[in-house]
Design a protein. Structure first.
Length: 94
């Protein structure tokens, strides 16, 4: 099945967002981005704490030019790197 240009653009944007978020996490955690997988648990596998998580959210807001509503954030949204990326993707307008 051939994908349309719009579908390819969405896939590229999704990959780019994942790359941005992984690099952001890597910087905060002082880790190699290649060592962070999408299924890694933020608090368990990566050792992120609540202060670090807030730092991730604030940095993502700055880097992506968006603002998170803390009332939209649910525990499943910050279980893994992948679920965090999915949450951030939903917050981006358009």
């Amino acid at each position: 099945m051939d994908t349309t240009g719009a579908e390819r653009m969405r896939e590229t944007a999704a990959d780019t967002l994942a790359d941005v978020m992984v690099r952001l996490l890597a910087g905060i955690l002082q880790r190699d981005p290649d060592s962070i997988s999408l299924d890694a648990q933020l608090f368990g596998d990566l050792g992120l704490d609540s202060t670090g998580f807030l730092e991730v959210l604030m940095q993502a807001e700055d880097d992506l030019g968006i603002e998170f509503d803390p009332y939209d954030l649910e525990p499943p949204d910050f279980e893994t790197v992948g679920t965090l990326i999915a949450f951030v993707r939903k917050q981006i307008p358009g």
